[in-house]
Write a protein that binds this ligand. Structure first.
Ligand code: ZN
Ligand code: CA
Length: 423
């Protein structure tokens, strides 16, 4: 029944799409003037509707992703280990018309830091989450690293800088094409593409959901929304947190409808978006006593007033990295691994006992290793029934038949391969 409901939801989006797409086409002329951002304005849903209108197969792809997400959510044993961390290599395309738009490396690094804190619940303001929601606030176990290897295998800083004649971009995706004054995307199965540029029409950013076209996959943010940027109230880097949430399949928390559904069970239903900094509790749609979760990154509040993802949102995002998940290819990306140093300075891991019968311990010195770990058999087939728990540093190998296996350890800097025997 649930499956049908979500398929219907996507289908009704598709039906509504043509009108919206045309309205957007009519307003495409780029605006020249700089505009102060008055309210958080994210074009992700507009872009989705325009894409559904031009790409009829996209609704089916998204329905398939929803179905896979439902399976993942319903069956905890099928889950990718909740303490295993996904590390996503990021390429930042800085597309600038003025020197102010040419965001310095220090601010890009600060943006990556904010993403990592927000997705790991290590953000300092996580302590502001009201007690009523504290139990739902979650570490998503998703992390980000600037790319160190480009698509051709060469060393990179993870930042591509392109001067443009375009004074202001819109949500028409021109920024994603070198031929249109922007910068071409890197392969989405190996990188998260993050474009920083000037956006007109008061836009802070927009993202493409899983299921869209490869050439436009990624996230676009207003250049001044990075930490320390000039977009007042929106310059702590939370625009990127919000947009990357969409890129990882999160909907707006109000479900983009009156008392709508964001497809996440532990976020309260709320009437519409919240702006600014509301006072807790704000009760709508009979969601009392705790009310709207307006401090969620997927609402529209000021950067300083949003500081949590929920467990349910984390699970929804992690479904993309499970078996058959739309972004699972990123798990084996070498984009975060520097080309020269990969072999020479690979970390010295110890693996014991080897042979193993119940658990295999993975250590660097005496500490457990915080990395994504995959197990392969001698045929190169990945085994999904073994999990690595980063907290304990253990791989549970009880489910494995006796034999020789290979462990691929990706710490975001190095991809290291080790063998072990299951007895
Ligand atoms: Zn949004
Ligand atoms: Ca919800």
């Amino acid at each position: 029944m649930k499956k049908h409901f979500y398929a219907l939801a996507v289908a009704s989006l598709a039906l509504a799409a043509p009108v919206v797409a045309q309205q957007r086409m009519a307003q495409q002329p780029a605006l020249d003037q700089l505009q102060a951002v008055q309210n958080r304005n994210c074009a992700t849903m507009d872009v989705l509707q325009a894409q559904l209108a031009t790409d009829p197969a996209m609704a089916q792809r998204m329905a398939n992703i929803e179905a896979q997400t439902r399976v993942f959510e319903a069956n905890p044993t099928a889950r990718r280990g909740t303490s295993a961390t996904v590390i996503i290599p990021v390429v930042v395309h800085v597309v600038y018309n003025t020197s102010a738009q040419n965001v310095p490396l220090a601010q890009i690094e600060a943006q990556i830091r904010v993403l990592n804190e927000d997705f790991a619940k290590t953000n300092a303001d996580a302590s502001l989450v009201p007690a009523a929601f504290a139990g739902a606030a979650a570490n998503t176990n998703i992390q980000f690293v600037l790319a160190k290897r480009d698509p051709s295998g060469n060393a990179t800083s993870g930042v591509v800088r392109r001067s443009t004649k375009t004074r202001s971009f819109s949500s028409n995706d021109f920024v994603k094409y070198t031929s249109k004054g922007g910068s071409d995307a890197w392969p989405r199965d190996r990188y998260l593409n993050l474009w920083l540029c000037n956006l007109g029409q008061g836009l802070l950013g927009y993202a493409q959901f899983p299921g869209g076209a490869a050439a436009t996959d990624g996230v676009v943010c207003l250049y001044s929304s990075v930490p320390g940027g000039t977009a007042s109230n929106y310059n702590k880097g939370r625009t990127a947190t919000h947009e990357v949430g969409h890129w990882l399949n999160l909907r707006h928390i109000w479900g983009d409808a009156t008392c709508g559904n964001d497809l996440v069970s532990d976020t309260p239903t709320q009437q519409t978006s919240n702006g600014g900094c509301p006072t807790f509790p704000k009760v709508t749609c009979s969601n009392g006593p705790s009310g709207d979760m307006f401090m969620n990154y997927m609402d529209y509040t000021y950067d300083r007033c949003m500081y949590m993802f929920t467990t349910g949102q984390g699970t929804r995002m992690n479904a993309l990295f499970a078996t058959g998940g739309a972004r699972a290819a990123l798990l084996t990306s070498t984009g975060g691994i520097a080309p020269r140093t990969a072999l020479s300075s690979a970390p010295a891991y110890s693996l014991f006992p080897n042979p193993a019968t119940d658990v295999l311990n993975l250590r660097q010195g005496t500490t457990s290793v915080n990395a994504s770990v995959a197990v392969y058999d001698v045929h190169g087939q990945q085994l999904k029934n073994v999990r690595y728990d980063a907290a304990s540093g253990q791989v549970d190998v009880r489910a494995l038949p006796k034999g020789i296996y290979r462990l691929a350890i990706n710490d975001g800097q190095h991809l290291t391969q080790r063998s072990f025997i299951k007895e």
